[in-house]
Design a protein around this ligand. Sequence first.
Ligand SMILES: Nc1ncnc2c1ncn2[C@@H]1O[C@H](COP(=O)(O)OP(=O)(O)OP(=O)(O)O)[C@@H](O)[C@H]1O
Ligand SMILES: [Mg+2]
Length: 264
Amino acid sequence: MTENRIVCRNLTKIFHGIHAKQDVVACEDISIEIQPGEFVTVIGPSGCGKTSLLYMIAGFEQKTSGMILVDGKSVQSPGPDRAVVFQEFALFPWLTLRQNIEFGPRERGIQNDVMREHVNSMLRTVGLTAAESRYPHELSAGMRQRAALARVLVNEPKILLMDEPFAALDAQTRSTLQAELGRLAKLLNLTILFITHSVEEAVLLGDRVLAMSARPGRIIEDLAINLPRPRDPTSPAFNEYRRHVDLLLEQATRTAADTETTAN
Ligand SMILES: Nc1ncnc2c1ncn2[C@@H]1O[C@H](COP(=O)(O)OP(=O)(O)OP(=O)(O)O)[C@@H](O)[C@H]1O
Ligand SMILES: [Mg+2]
C-alpha cells in the first residue's frame, strides 16, 4: 500500500545567492520514508533546514535535486492531500468559528446539507460545538488553534505537515492540544510530519524522531520511540529517550558553533 506514504530520496535544497559563495545549502541528501498513518517528529538546531524540508514536501518550495514521492507520485506543487499547519494558525477574523470551518468545503462547492453535517462532526471532534458562533477574538488561544486545526481537517487531507504548531502556546494548553492531536491522528488515520524545537514534544508525539544536523541539514538519526501511548513524560523510559535526543541536539548545535568558529 503506497497510500499517503511520503518518500524523500537524496533530497537537497540550495537557496542560490547572487554569488555562488552566498548559496545556502538548507537540506542535504535527505532520504526518509514516512509510512501511512505514521506520526514522525523532526528536531534540529534553528536554521538547519526543517521548514525547507516541510515546504518541499508541501510543494511550496522546489527541490534542487533528489526525489519526493507522495502516494507514489512526484510532488510538483501543493495539493489537497497535504495540509500545512503553521505556528500562527490562520483564521479569518471577520468570520465566526463555524464560518471559518465552512470556508474550505464552500470553496470546493460541497453541497450545503452535506457540508453542514461535516462541519458539525468536525466541531464535535475538536470539542468546539458550543463556541461555533463566536469570532476568533472571542476564543482563547487554545480554542483558536483547535478551530484552525478543524478548518484544515474538514477538507479531509491524508497528510498533515505541521511546522511548530504549538510553539506559541502556554504549557497547559500545549499539553491538551498534544493529547488531542494524538487522538485525532489515530481517529482519522493521518500521516503526520511535525516539526518542533521541544525534545519532550518530539518524544511524546513521534512514532519516530528524525534528528537533523546543523546546516546543511542532514538526518543524523532516525529514532523509533518504542513507548506505549498515552506516554508518560515522567517515566524513566521516556526520560532515557529524552536524554538521548537532547544529546543529539547538543552535538548538532556544538558542531554548528565549531564550524562557525573555524570559518571566522
Ligand atoms: N526563501 C529563502 N531564501 C533564501 N534562504 C532561505 C530561504 N528560506 C530559508 N532560507 C535559509 O535556509 C536555511 C534553512 O532555513 P529553514 O527555515 O528551513 O530552517 P529551520 O530549521 O526551519 O529553522 P527554525 O528552527 O529557526 O525555524 C536558513 O539558513 C535560511 O536562512
Ligand atoms: Mg522553521
